[in-house]
Design a protein around this ligand. Structure first.
Ligand SMILES: Cc1cc2nc3c(=O)[nH]c(=O)nc-3n(C[C@H](O)[C@H](O)[C@H](O)COP(=O)(O)OP(=O)(O)OC[C@H]3O[C@@H](n4cnc5c(N)ncnc54)[C@H](O)[C@@H]3O)c2cc1C
Length: 400
């Protein structure tokens, strides 16, 4: 049965996240963005709202909400600023849901529980200076020595790199397979910031999501206990891709929130600003841009809701999640560009939020699968070159 109504619990979440973000974040976000300042105080506040473990079952310290709730929170957070949604994407999506699905019971107790409670912050380290879309190009290696793995390598463009406590890291454990670029040689590890040989830095040159933290980290012969290997040796690539199904979902819902923010700011401005004796909202070409935002918003929302429904039912959703992410991010770029256009020269200044929306939207067209990679994937599904089969680990269905 399909329902387009949110449950009472989902509506309450939507309302509480919306009110919190409007009250606590919106008043300061302009200054944080301008000063390139990440505000760590959001972590305890997000934890108090249950957001940091939103779709993690209560038995593992989470709020035990369904996956549609994760989408709702993503949409509401990005309505105010992309940097907030990014926290949810990497911590609650890419990291926590991967540990929930692929982690051992011991790993869940040691890492997932404190992360879901918001006592520890976590992120995801796949990208390197020389490898983004082409995951096979990563150079980080993990060499087994007794009961430990020794990790050496550098990760780049990592959200929360300079503030997170725990990192889900991908490295080659089979050097023969590395030479052959066979992804069955990649494994996944939990690395703690406190491990000897781990250093991180904030990327200073970024021009979007300026109220967020993005950076790099280096591992110089970091010794990681073998108990921190997630899944089996060689399952890292599958885990990395599984994680992206969760991260992309939050990006899709987040970008949907950004389209709505562009629409709302445009409607407000178009009714205030007058040219040729009438509000600019009266001009058909302005209406056209607003109509496109509305169409994009409604379409993007339906796409992420469908992906969330599949997740709730424990069904494979790589194709649907990818489509939702691709559509919403490209549409958010269109919406942000038109929002600036509607604001005229004022849109080109820092005084109005649409300039920030315009800078922030671009990142999501690049991370978690670029626009081009998603196009290729969707074409391959339609052409029958790519078929998703159930894997050993699907996201656990939601139990209400
Ligand atoms: C703000 C931000 C936050 C990020 N956070 C994280 C994070 O937390 N963790 C993490 O691991 N990574 C993160 N990333 C990295 C991100 O996932 C990568 O940037 C992304 O995967 C693209 O890789 P790349 O930048 O190396 O581009 P490349 O892979 O070098 O691609 C460059 C261009 O070539 C195109 N291209 C590449 N291959 C093909 C092909 N086969 N066909 C057609 N076109 C192609 C791409 O679409 C792109 O336009 C983040 C990036 C940004 C910008």
């Amino acid at each position: 049965m399909i329902s387009f109504d949110l449950s009472d619990e989902q509506r309450l979440l939507e309302q509480s996240v919306r009110e919190w973000a409007a009250r606590e974040v919106a008043p300061t976000i302009h200054d944080l963005d301008r000063e390139h300042r990440f505000d760590k105080n959001v972590f305890p506040q997000m934890a108090a709202l249950g957001l940091l473990g939103i779709s993690v079952p209560q038995e593992y310290g989470g709020a035990g909400m369904d996956y549609i709730s994760l989408g709702i929170a993503s949409e509401e957070l990005e309505y105010v600023d992309t940097s907030l949604r990014v926290i949810l994407s990497v911590h609650a999506g890419l990291n926590c849901l991967s540990l929930l699905t692929w982690g051992s019971e011991d790993q869940k107790q040691r890492y997932l529980v404190p992360q879901a409670q918001g006592k520890k912050i976590a992120t995801y380290g796949l990208t390197e200076p020389g490898a983004g879309s082409d995951v096979r190009g990563i150079q980080t290696v993990a060499v087994k020595k007794g009961d430990r793995y020794v990790l050496t390598g550098e990760k780049m463009w990592i959200s929360l790199a300079d503030v997170a406590d725990n990192f889900l890291v991908f490295a080659w454990t089979d050097l023969e397979k590395k030479k052959q670029r066979d992804t069955a040689g990649i494994s996944a590890f939990i690395v703690e910031r406190t491990f000897k040989g781990f250093t991180s830095a904030t990327l200073k040159e970024k021009w979007g999501i300026l109220a967020g933290n993005t950076g790099s980290f280096k591992m110089d012969e970091v010794e990681v206990p073998e108990d921190n290997l997630v899944g089996k040796p060689g399952e890292g690539f599958k885990i990395a891709m599984f994680a992206l199904d969760q991260g992309r979902y939050t990006v899709a819902a987040g970008a949907t929130g950004l389209i709505r923010a562009c629409r709302d700011a445009s409607v407000k401005y178009a009714k205030e600003r007058k040219t040729f004796g009438v509000e600019i909202a009266q001009h058909q070409l302005v209406k056209e841009m607003i109509a496109q935002m509305e169409s994009d918003y409604q379409s993007a929302r339906l796409l992420w809701l469908r992906a969330g429904w599949l997740k709730n039912n424990g069904r494979r959703n790589t194709r649907e999640t990818g489509l939702a992410k691709w559509f919403a991010t490209v549409a958010s770029e269109r919406a942000a560009s038109d929002a600036v256009q509607i604001h005229g020269a004022n849109g080109y200044s820092d005084e109005y939020p649409v300039g920030r929306f315009y800078r922030n939207c671009k990142g999501a067209v690049i991370y978690e699968g670029t626009r081009e990679i998603h196009k290729l994937m969707q074409a391959d599904y339609v052409l029958g070159y790519r078929v998703d089969r159930p894997t050993r680990c699907e996201l656990p269905p939601y139990r209400s």
